[in-house]
Write a protein that binds this ligand. Structure first.
Ligand code: ADP
Ligand code: MG
Length: 345
């Protein structure tokens, strides 16, 4: 069998099955946003790592090094947010083409460190080598969470309501604008403003640490994931890990005014970006009905988009009230291109 038939997630499942034994000290292992490891009776060490490759995850013809540094930190911090944790330490490894100017690497660290400083995360080490294959960035973030507060992908129960933070699809639209070469340079001031807001969501995503933390400490959320692959894919991850299904309502998917107003410039309908577009780093989470009031009291900008069901299928009710199967259309590194969403990481 070819790796493209297996897909990224099929391959990860096989790797998980091959792992030679289960360790009691691993509270949550392969299959979640971060590993949660028992280091004391009441606390868990969170560990997450992400690899970003030039030409796969980023394109230096439209990505400045400051943004690359920012995003390399953000994607990892977001995984800690999705567990309800606090990020603490980071290790950063770089493969650098030998023609790269040192100032570019310092720019990378300016972007990287600005996010680390905001969240009080210490850069504790890493590795550096020359790369003959383009720029390579590998970041590992370590964090912590109280054992009784950790939120995994596996806790969703039938009847739980499904929520997302903020708006979806902006980052994917921003990527499309960058790839089309009109990033921030569209004709007319209004168009330029829309372009740059979407492009910014793509290049400088915000990891929702405070929001994840509030959800964890309040005990509202039964399961959580960050939207890196796209709503349809990341909802599938929650459903698979929890052994449940879901029904979502297309009309409720939160889309920004900027995205809907920019629709004419884009290749797809705004809803398509909301469903399949990756890299928003919004939080997707489930809440038992009895805790909806508690969630409201947190004052977070969230939208209810559907309900968890017992049957293990995922459905979407479209804008005409018709129910159809929700295709998993987010990004998969090895899947054929027609199955792929817009995410590049
Ligand atoms: P995310 O998008 O949140 O970063 P991924 O989809 O990359 O998560 O990974 C899903 C899960 O698979 C995570 O638990 C991750 O640690 C694990 N994983 C991914 N690749 C490997 C690998 N090569 N070996 C072991 N575990 C892996
Ligand atoms: Mg994640």
């Amino acid at each position: 069998m070819k790796i493209s038939e297996l897909g990224e997630f099929g391959l990860i499942d096989l790797i998980k099955k091959q792992s030679f034994r289960k360790f009691l000290s691993v509270h949550i292992g392969i299959g979640d946003d971060a590993a949660a490891l028992k280091v004391s009776p009441s606390a868990l060490l969170l560990a997450t790592t992400d690899l970003l490759l030039e030409g796969v995850h980023f394109d230096l013809s439209y990505t400045d090094y400051y943004s690359l540094g920012w995003k390399s930190a953000a994607v990892n911090l977001s995984d800690i947010a999705a567990m309800g944790g606090v990020p603490r330490f980071c290790l950063t490894s770089l493969g650098i083409p030998s023609h790269t100017k040192p100032e570019k690497i310092l720019d990378f660290y300016r972007g990287f460190n600005s996010l680390l400083m905001t969240h009080k995360v210490a850069l504790a080490g890493g590795d550096t080598c020359a790369s003959p294959f383009g720029m390579i960035v590998s970041v590992t973030v370590l964090g912590e969470v109280e054992k009784k507060r950790v939120i995994s992908r596996a806790g969703a129960k039938p009847g739980d309501r499904i929520f997302v933070t903020g708006t979806l699809g902006d980052s994917a639209a921003g990527l499309e604008i960058l790839q089309s070469g009109t990033g921030g340079r569209g004709a007319g001031a209004g168009r330029k403003r829309f372009n740059s807001a979407l492009v910014k969501r793509h290049l400088r995503p915000t990891p929702l640490i405070a929001e994840g933390r509030k959800l964890a400490l309040s005990g509202c959320a039964s399961a959580m994931i960050d939207i890196s692959d796209g709503l349809s894919s990341d909802l599938a991850h929650i459903c698979k890990q929890s052994g449940v299904g879901a029904v979502i309502d297309a009309e409720k998917i939160p889309l920004s005014r900027t995205l809907t107003r920019s629709a004419r410039m884009l290749r797809n309908m705004p809803l398509q970006y909301g469903l399949s577009g990756g890299e928003d780093y919004a939080l997707l989470f489930t809440v038992p009905s009895a805790r909806i009031g508690k969630l409201g009291a947190l004052g977070l900008a969230v939208t209810e988009i559907g309900t968890i069901t017992r049957t293990q299928q995922r459905w979407i009710v479209d804008v005409h009230g018709r129910k159809r199967r929700l295709q998993q259309s987010g990004y998969d590194h090895f899947a054929r291109s027609e199955n792929n969403g817009t995410r590049r990481r």
